[in-house]
Each structure stands twice: as C-alpha cells, then as structure tokens.
Write a protein that binds this ligand. Structure first.
Ligand SMILES: [Zn+2]
Length: 446
C-alpha cells in the first residue's frame, strides 16, 4: 500500500503570460480528504495566479528549493523542517509555514479543507457572501511564514440558519454544517411527537395517548407516562431508522405548543422531577435505550426549558436548549438571567448540550434589530458552559436586515467566540465597499 500512498502534486503557473510554475501543492493521494483539500487549494490558487497548469508527479521530485504546500503529513517532510503535527479532532487543523513552504494537516473528513480556507484567508482571499468574494490577483505567490498553529473549533457542531449558509461553497469556506450534510446526519429534526405518534391515526380511538388538560384530551402533545405511547414511538422510530440507517441524530421532541399532558400520572411525575422536563427526559431516555448507536435529540423548549431534578440525560441523549423567550437587547447573562441559569443547570447534567439560539426577530425581517452587541457574549457564555452544538437561527432562506454581514460575523464567532468581532466587521465592511465601488465603476465604464 505504500506505493499507493505516494504523494502527488498539483502544480500551478505564476501567471497567464509565463505559465511558469512557482507553487506546487502536494497531497497524500491515499487520503481522500487531503486530495479534495488540495483540489480546493488548486482551484483558488489558479484563480489568484491566472495559472492553468495541473501536473501530477511522484513526491520524490519535490526539492526543498521549490515553493510547496503540503496537505497531510509524511515523515519525509522533515527534509523541509516540518515535524509531526499534533493529533487533531474532527474539523481541527494544523498549519505551519517556513522558508517558502507550508504544511496543512487536518482532522476528520474536513479538517484539511478548513486548513486550506485558513491559508487562503491569510493570502488575502475572502468569501463575504455567496455573491461577494474577493480573490486577489498575483503574479507570483509568496507563502506566509507561520509558527506552528493548531486550530480547533470551539463548538464541534456549527449550524447557521442564515441565507448565505445554504450556499454549500460559502458554508464550507466558513467551516459550517452544509445543508446536504445536515440532511444526511439528521433523520428527524425537532417537533417530532406528531410524526412518531400521529394524532390523525390514533386520537379518535385513543385520546388517552395525548394531553389531558384537566377537562378534556387534546392532540397537542403526547401523554408521556403512557406505556403504549412509548411503544408506538419506539416502533415508529425503529421503522424510520431502518429507512435512513446512516443518519446519526433523531429528534424525539415535543410539538410546537404548550399543551403538555396534566393527567394525574404526568402531573405526579412533573412534581417528582421539579417540572415537565423530567417527565419528558424519562420518556426520551427510555426511547434512547432502544437505539444505543444513535443520538436521540430532544428539546428543552418553553415549558421543558428548566432543567429537571433527580434525572439526567442518557449518554446518547442530546438536549437542545432553546432561547426563544430571551430579551435580545442585552447579552443573556444580563438580560435573560433565567435562561443563563438553564444553560448552567443543563450543562451540569450533560455533555451533549445543543443551543438553539435566536439571533433574529420574526416580526419584520428588514427592520433594524439592534442585537449586534449580544452575539459575541452569548456565544462566549455557551462556550464557557461546554456547549457542543450550536444552531443559530437567523432568517433562514429569506434575506433580512444585514443578513450577509450577520452571517459573516456569526460564522467566524461560532468557530472562535474569542475572535475580534470589530475586526471581522471592519474587514467585511471594507471588503464589501471596495467590491461594490469597483462594480459601479466597471458598470459606468461599460
Ligand atoms: Zn399524561
């Protein structure tokens, strides 16, 4: 197999006129993620340099005097002064640049590609939005010197619900979950009780499967202390998992209303656990026990937001805690102390905490929404509490007030909530201004 893992290189010209190669990219061809990252780098370096040469040659032809980007590590790179990079988690990457050479090593399926985007930004490239990119044109490429740098995301799962993130290329550049990847990973996504135990199918014959409000049954939520309901949900979920076995995350979660069951058994359970979240969690833990190789996600939302007492999520249960009620004029720690308390209490019960955070107002997408100063402190709060998964709800597929700018800032802060937010916004504003001035002049001249 050693022969198969020979390193291959892709070569690029310095400019259209000379078609002279001045940078080569070398990737371990046996590792698909490294080869894919090399092709991404090839694409952008060709755009930068106007190059059009792509050459595949064995690694042995690379000499230390050649300017080269290595993607993936090989012991022979000690010739170039590079030592073995540290072990890297999923999405993490390692960069080092010296003497005109550059090393990118990545963790998991995407780490190397994310390292490529980092290098491209260091070379001046920007992807402001799916409509606004800046790729500088250079005649000869100089690779930057960089001391050994390891980059690991603050939140392993980063999903951004703003329009730019539905563009796969933009989302990958900003190291976010792409829409196709999300759809592949999730079998069911939030508010799933009715899918798993449909009222249309059962309510007429068995109203006791659903919510008792003290006077009558309603199909709003399930009666979570009913054993038959649990068996129906387990059977439905088993069937759905058989249809989509590769999906890891399966949401078993309340419908989007407050109509939870108050029958004597559920009410006693709620009292026992200090609130409805405990009754929900007992139910979800029992379902999750049937699917030990899957992650069962549930909502801590509205009436289940407050953490329970005397019960904790099973190892394969993920809690999606939602901040929908919070005042957006102040950071959560100042303006929504009850939610800050919930973050703290849930974080003590589980390491599988996801935050569904709302960064948009729904009344009017185009009206000014002055929550800019809250975005970074809120992400910092989540990070301090060990949150692993983030869903930042913006305006979805609709464009909204400064949605490109918001998406750009949030993407950077979701990777590193300690990044300099002012610098990120200044970079965006200058970049967009320059790009649109150039476009206007170009339009005038033509
Ligand atoms: Zn009940």
């Amino acid at each position: 197999m050693r022969g198969l893992s020979l390193l291959f290189l892709l070569a690029f010209s310095t400019c259209l006129l000379s078609a002279q190669t001045n940078v080569v990219v070398v990737a371990d061809a046996a590792v698909e993620s490294n080869l894919r990252a090399a092709k991404v780098l090839q694409h952008y370096l060709e755009e930068m340099t106007g190059g059009n040469l792509v050459d595949l040659r064995p690694f042995g032809t690379i000499q230390p005097h050649t300017t080269v980007v290595f993607i993936g590590y090989d012991p022979s790179l000690s010739t170039f002064g590079f030592h073995t990079p540290p072990a890297l988690p999923e999405d993490g990457y390692f960069l080092e640049g010296k003497n005109g050479h550059f090393l990118i090593a990545g963790g998991g399926e995407l780490g190397a590609e994310y390292g490529v985007y980092d290098l491209l930004e260091r070379l001046g490239c920007r992807k402001y939005s799916p409509r606004d990119a800046f790729i500088p044109k250079v005649r000869a490429l100089r690779l930057p010197d960089l001391s050994p740098t390891t980059a690991i995301p603050a939140f392993p799962y980063r999903e951004l619900w703003y329009e730019p993130a539905f563009d796969e290329e933009w989302a990958r550049w900003h190291k976010l979950k792409t829409n196709p990847k999300k759809n592949a990973e999730w079998g069911l996504f939030v508010h799933t009780f009715d899918k798993l135990c449909p009222a249309e199918e059962h309510f007429a014959k068995h109203p006791e499967y659903y919510s008792w409000n003290g006077a009558q049954y309603s199909p709003g939520q399930l009666c979570l202390s009913n054993d038959t309901v649990r068996q129906i949900v387990i059977a439905s979920l088993r069937k759905l998992i058989e249809e989509k076995p590769a999906a890891q995350y399966w949401s078993v979660s309340q419908n989007d209303n407050f109509d939870y069951c108050k029958c004597p058994r559920c009410a006693a359970s709620d009292a026992h656990y200090g609130g409805p979240a405990g009754t929900l969690l007992a139910f979800v833990n029992a379902v999750a026990a049937e699917f030990s190789d899957k992650t069962i996600s549930t909502l801590a939302y509205q009436y289940t937001r407050k953490a329970p007492e005397g019960i904790r999520p099973a190892d394969n249960v993920s809690i999606c805690l939602c901040s929908i009620e919070c005042n957006r004029g102040l950071p959560i720690a100042e303006g929504c102390t009850d939610f800050a308390r919930d973050v703290d209490e849930w974080s003590q019960l589980t390491h599988n905490l996801m935050i569904w955070d709302y960064v948009v107002q729904f009344r009017s997408y185009i009206s000014p929404f002055p929550n800019w100063s809250t975005l970074q402190p809120n992400l910092q709060l989540f990070h301090e509490h060990g949150v692993r998964m983030l869903f930042e709800q913006g305006s979805g597929h609709d464009r909204s007030e400064f949605s490109d700018r918001r998406a750009y800032l949030l993407a950077k802060l979701m990777w590193d909530p300690q990044a300099n937010a002012d610098s990120i916004l200044l970079d965006f504003d200058r970049g967009i201004t320059v790009r649109h001035n150039l476009l206007s002049r170009h339009t005038l001249m033509n």
